[in-house]
Structure formats: structure tokens, C-alpha cells
Design a protein around this ligand. Sequence first.
Ligand code: ADP
Ligand code: MG
Length: 710
Amino acid sequence: MSTSNRLHAVNVVAKIKTPAPCPAAPVPEINFAEDVFNIQTMKSYLPKGSCQKLLSTIRQGTPLNPEIAGDVAHAMKQWALERGATHFTHWFQPLTGSTAEKHDSFLDFEGEKAIMSFSGKNLIVGEPDASSFPSGGLRSTFEARGYTAWDPTSPAFIKRHGNGATLCIPTAFCSYTGDALDKKTPLLRSIQALSNSTRRLMKCFGLPDEKVEITLGAEQEYFLIDRNFYLQRPDLLQTGRTVFGAPPAKHQQLEDHYFGAIRMRVLNFMTEVEKELWTLGIPAKTRHNEVAPAQFELAPLFEEVNLACDHNMLVMEVLRQVASRHNLVCLLHEKPFAGVNGSGKHNNWSISYGKRNLFNPGDDPDQNAIFLTVLCAIIEAVDRHADILRATVAGAGNDYRLGANEAPPAVISIYLGDQLKEVIHLLETGSGRTSRKAGSLKIGVDTLPQLPQDATDRNRTSPFAFTGNKFEFRAPGSSQSCSGCNVVLNMIAAEAFDRISGVLENADKKDFNAVLQKELRAIIKAHKRILFNGDGYTDDWLSEAARRGLPNLPTTLDAIRTLTQDKNIALFEKYGVFNRRELESRYEVSLEDYLRRIHIEGSVALEIATSMILPAVRGEYEKCVRALAEAKQADVKAGMQAVRRDAEIFGKGCDDLVVQTATLRKALADKQDEIIPAMQALREVVDQLEKVVPDDSWPLPKYREMLFIY
Ligand code: ADP
Ligand code: MG
């Protein structure tokens, strides 16, 4: 970059007009879900009979009656046309990590006459030519056809763009043979499994049959940077993260960004994001500055898990799109900047039965017995299957984050807080009282301990924390779909519920309490090793976890291997979530994705180092050498020492760059395992040079420019 370009980069922020604050205006009418074909809309657009049939599919999960498809399609089309839609698309979630859509217009002909048409078949099933989506070998190209199938439990919505709109129909995506090729299908299967198992367990407690709803609130972290900087960073453009960059003198040390006053430019962006999300029926609720400079968070109110997963995909898309309208770029990568915090996604997960949240300690002893049973089941589930839960958050981006003392470690453990820990201890030892006085509750079984109500402790270092009425899984990466971890949470909870139900169903009614108590005690004894309330960031914990025999799977490669172990395949098959073929294909897809991403990062690092950094450093070296020669000729002595020192520094920098780029080039050619260490070694050289090369000769925008938005 020339000097003038560099100044351009530095000054560009100054040129952006900060919008003037609006004069106080009344709160506008909220157009919540205006662009969603939701139940309310269905009621006004659909014939009554069809509407009732559709609602029973949505609410009770009864199989979809194909006869109503024509009516629903007609109503949806009417509604969409009124909103300016000209096209429709089946909207789905292939294994690429993002969403996919192939648009068709409503245009058709009746004889000579152009009409807008959308049939029941158009609604229910699509056949995108899907040969280019990752399938991990599930589909050979000669039968490349993939099918998308309408998911009536997630409402259709309209995506608007500058001069038009598209009707989007959430769908599952599978192969000709019925194998899942997407993230929604296994999620729906796991919801089914956990719903059945929850009903079975609740029946043991004598509760009437009720609807099970699994709920998710996904907190989304992200970075924003000025678009002009982004465009000058080939690494950000190509990989979503900076492969070089020295931390600025001040970044997050003063902890002054977290929850700080939000800058006007960012607030304007956030407000537009929220308005757009509300229109799409996404209940955006909380916004705040996060720990790192230029890092932020958006949290919606929780919703049913399938809908919440779809909505989180849309949240990521809206964040990106609105950012570009504000001349910003939203970075969803887990670790865009080294040396400051990375971004995660907190997966707040719970199960409700009828109106009752099963993770909420109740008001009376019977409810608390249910709560403790469910709690113990989750402890058992997570301890038994920590390996596959870890695998669900594996990925090249998250590897830079997990265990980097800013995110929970790659070792899965459960945080319960001191109060619940004590309750669990009393449950195990069989004594019935807690030492806590305030707000204690009685549990149904006399000898079960009393339960304190205010479990409000916070521990940010735990990957899986009980937070009062839900579990918060904090390991997912910011760019990942929520589907993966919820599939596994649902399935492993289902298994534990089923096992406990098996025990309780065999108990005599009069012995029920004693059997339950014995069972819970046995669970705690067998699985308490997974409970850890301390600081998850310390090395002590890693050694302690090893002593306890908890799996530590630090990298993606370690983690995803567990997916194809026989015991895990058997579990996925038992619950109908994945068959062996599907699991093997997912392993292949994850592996390839990981290897390719690392290869791309390495190639980008090599290219930047060779074509941008080395020429810049050599330029400085040459300037010094010329200056030395000229000074000698002119017989000037002063300054020679400083120039000679700089010549040595830049000369050595060039030599080091040549060595480290050669190592990286070789790793890229044939030593995949060595790409990451080679990138790291190259980065150390480059980041040191960034600090000594004159600012106006450095070819990349620096962290201190990018990380502060004005
Ligand atoms: P934090 O302190 O982690 O920010 P919040 O109380 O703000 O916690 O909640 C975070 C998320 O948890 C929100 O998205 C919220 O809607 C969600 N949440 C609350 N209750 C439930 C629940 N029963 N099931 C799932 N998510 C929930
Ligand atoms: Mg949280």
C-alpha cells in the first residue's frame, strides 16, 4: 500500500458521517412478524377446515394432511403477492454451515396468459439440483438429486431486498434414499425422540399427557469493523479472520468496552437489525457491547428449538446484510483477531412440559422431585456423552477459541452453582437438610434435601452451566448453526430419561419414592465427576479433569473422530437421529471442511507474506542500504548507527520471512499437520515487523485501526 493509501485507510473513519440523533419521537407501531406467514395470518387467509388441519400438524405434530397443501399454497401465494413477492424458494440448511436458496418465480402460463402460480406440490417438495452441496459421499453425482421437504412447524417468511421480495419456505433437505443432507432433519428427529422420552418420564410421576416443548435462546456474539478496512485485508476477505496482526497497546485490558455506552454508529446499525428481525418474527431482545473492542452481542427471547435454530441462521444473515448497508462488515468468525476475545454463541436450552419448565425448581415438593430427577438425568447424559457434545462444537474457527482462556475449555463439565451443588451432595449422602435458610423448598421424598430457590450464581468459565431455569452451553462458536449441539443435547437427554423411566416403571407404587431416591443417589455417585464449580480456565482444572477421566478433545480432529465410534453410532441409531451412513458422511464433511479451511488460511498467509509483507520490509531495507551508501559517499557520519541498526532489523526480517514462508509453502504442499505451526511461526515474524516498519509503509490496516469504531 502506498503512503496515500495508508492515510486513506486511517482517515476513512473520519469521513463517515455519524447520523444526527433523532428528535424524540413516539415509539412507532411494532410490525412484529409482519413478514411471517404465522398462525394469525393463516387464520385470515386459509379456509377454516384446512387451517385447523394445518394447526394440528404445527401444534400437536400430527402428520401433515397432503390434501390441504393446495389450499395452503394458494393462501401463501396470495399473502406473498400482496407483499410484493415475485419469487419463492425452499430455504434449507445444507452442511456448508450457511443457508441455501434457489429461487423460482411464480410466473407461469395458462395458454397465452401469464399468471402467478404456486401449487401444493411447489410448497411441499422441491428438487434442487444439489450435486454441489457437501454430502460426504452420501450421493454419487449420477443420482445427485436432493429433495427439500416443507417443514410446516417453522413458518414461511418474506425476505425483502431493494426492489423486490421472495417467499421463503423453511425445508428439510435429504437425498433420494432419504438420508439427511442438512441440519434441520436430525434436529427434527431429535426433538421427536426427546418429546417421547419426556412424556414417558412424566408419566412415571403420574402427570397427564402434555405437549413437550424444547426451548432455545441463542445469544449471538459478533464483531463489526469498517468496510474500508475489511476490503484492504485479504485474510479477512478470504478466511473471516486476520492471519496477521499485532495486538494494539490498548485493547480489552481496561475492560471498558463490556457493557459500555454503545457508539451512535453501532447503535444505528443495531436498531436497523432489530427492526428487520422483528419484521421477520424474531424476538430480538438484548444488545450490548462485549468484552473485546468492536465486539457486540444480540440475544433474542427464547423460542421452540427448531424455530430458534432457523431464526439464529436468519439473525446471522441479517447482521451481515445490515452491516454492509452501514459501511460496516459483521465478522461472525470465532476468532477474527488474535490477542482479544473470540466470539461464541450461548445456547440456552430447556424443556417444558405443558406450562411447566422442567428445569425450574417448583413451588411444591412433588415438582421438586421432578426437577431433581431431570437435573440428575442431564448430569448423567452429559457425563456419558461429553465426547459427542464436544464434537458438535468442533470446527477450524472454534479451535482458536476453546481453551484459550476466554472461552470454556474443550473439556466438558457442568457448573451447578454452590447451592445446587450442596443439594446434590445431600442427595448423594442421604441427609435431608441444607444449611441454606432463605427460600428453601421441600422435596417430595422426605429424605430428599430441601431445595434453595435462588440459584443465581454465575460462572463464565464453565462450558455447561445451570442458570436458574435452563442450561447454558457456552462452547458453540459464533458462526456455527445451533442445530448440531441441540441434536445431541436432545438425544442424550432422551436416553437418560428413558433409562430412568425404565427403573421407575418397574417400581411398586408404594415404593416409588424410595426407588427414585436410590436411583438419583446412584446417578450422582456414578456421574459426579462431571460437576465442576471452579475456574475452568486454569491448568489445574485440566489435570484434575484428566484424573477424573473426563475426555479432553482439544482439536477438531480429536473431537469429530468420536462421531464414528461404534458406541456413539449405536446411540444415534437407537434414537433415529442418524444412521451409520449419515454419521460417516458427516464425519467426512467436517473433516474436509476443517482441512480445507486450514489450507486456505495457510495459502492466504503465504500469499500476504510473500506479496505484501516481504516487499514492504525489503523496501525499507533497501532505503536503509541506499541511505548508508549515500551517507558514506557524502562523508556523513551522524545517523549512520541508527540507519545501520534499521538495515539489520529489516534485513533479518526479510531473511526470517524467506525461511518461514518456505516452511509454510512446504507444509501446504504435503504436510497438512504442519500448516498451523508454520502459520504461527510466520505470524510471529510478521507481527514483530509490524511494530518496527514505518506506519505508512505497512501494507495492512492494523488492529488499532480496525478494532475501534468511530
Ligand atoms: P445471560 O446472563 O446469559 O445473558 P439471560 O437471562 O439474558 O442470561 O438469558 C439468556 C438467554 O436465555 C435469552 O435468550 C433468554 O431468552 C434465554 N432463556 C431464558 N429462559 C429460557 C428457557 N426456559 N429456555 C431457553 N432459553 C431461555
Ligand atoms: Mg449467556
